[in-house]
Design a protein around this ligand. Structure first.
Ligand code: PGA
Length: 265
């Protein structure tokens, strides 16, 4: 197996989806920070971030800044527009003011439930970059795509479309999330994840150049938990995880973040 490159700091990201109100978010982030501190977590070795609902972000920002926490945070979506008559939308400018480092873009739930096309995902990615926020661009195939086209074709096509609006020196994070693995308890195998993540890195090369492609972190997402994270992190092209359900349990999520301490990694 290739040695895990030191160019890319592993990244464990917790997508809370529509869970935890702003009061719950404060209690949760405090507990998570304590759990990681107790475990002497080294954030420079494994970056950890949470993605709460919009209404929690100001509370999380205040807590992180008051307690000087090393925990990162970001939003779950943003508007492709910067301001104007877009009722209910949230501008990247507002997220930047809340010191969000990241924003998830094109999650499969947005693509399916809100009809977000590859064009919209590309425009949102450009909006994030305009405001200095690192986009976590989600791609992934449905069970039907998998059967018809194999695992890599759809995620590669989705990423290719987004890369058209990404400058070659931009920092982005890519999250490979097979739709059939999200919330199903049926994760991809580590080998499946590695095959697609390697294909995604190959897709980054012509767009971003060799150096940026090898610096870009590619996460796996879909039924990640403490019991399977180490097997994904052993793969050469998997640089972290986007965690849904298991990110809502402090002990489970902090254990995922401490995957380097698991036996056998
Ligand atoms: P899951 O969700 O970990 O609950 O499968 C992952 C995601 O949707 O990002």
């Amino acid at each position: 197996m290739e040695p895990v490159t030191t160019l890319r700091t592993p990244f464990i990201a917790g997508n809370w989806k529509m869970n935890l109100d702003h009061l719950q978010s404060i209690a949760f982030v405090q507990k998570l920070a304590w759990a990681l501190k107790d475990a002497q977590h080294d954030y420079s070795a494994v970056e950890v971030a949470v993605f709460p609902p919009f209404t929690d972000l100001r509370s999380v920002q205040t807590l992180v800044s008051a307690d000087k926490l090393e925990l990162g945070y970001g939003a779950q979506d943003l508007s492709q527009h910067d301001s104007g008559a877009y009722t209910g939308e949230i501008s990247g400018a507002f997220l930047a003011k809340l010191e969000c480092s990241y924003v998830i873009i094109g999650h499969s739930e947005r693509r399916t439930l809100h009809d977000e096309t590859d064009e919209v995902v590309a425009a949102k990615t450009a909006a994030a970059l305009r405001h200095g926020i690192v986009p976590v661009v989600c791609v992934g195939e449905t069970a039907e795509d998998l059967e018809k086209h194999g695992a890599s074709a759809v995620p590669v096509a989705q990423l290719t479309r987004v890369l058209e609006s990404v400058p070659a020196d931009a920092e982005i994070v890519v999250a490979y999330e097979p739709v059939w693995a999200i919330g199903s308890g049926q994760a991809a195998t580590p080998e499946q994840a590695e095959t697609v993540c390697a294909a995604l890195r190959d897709t980054l090369r012509p767009a971003l150049g060799e150096e940026f492609a090898s610096r870009t972190r590619i996460l796996y997402g879909g039924s990640v938990k403490a019991a399977n994270i180490a097997s994904f992190m052993r793969q050469a092209n998997v640089d972290g995880a986007l965690v849904g359900g298991a990110s809502l349990d402090v002990d489970e999520f902090s254990s995922i973040a401490r995957f380097q301490k698991h036996v056998g990694i």
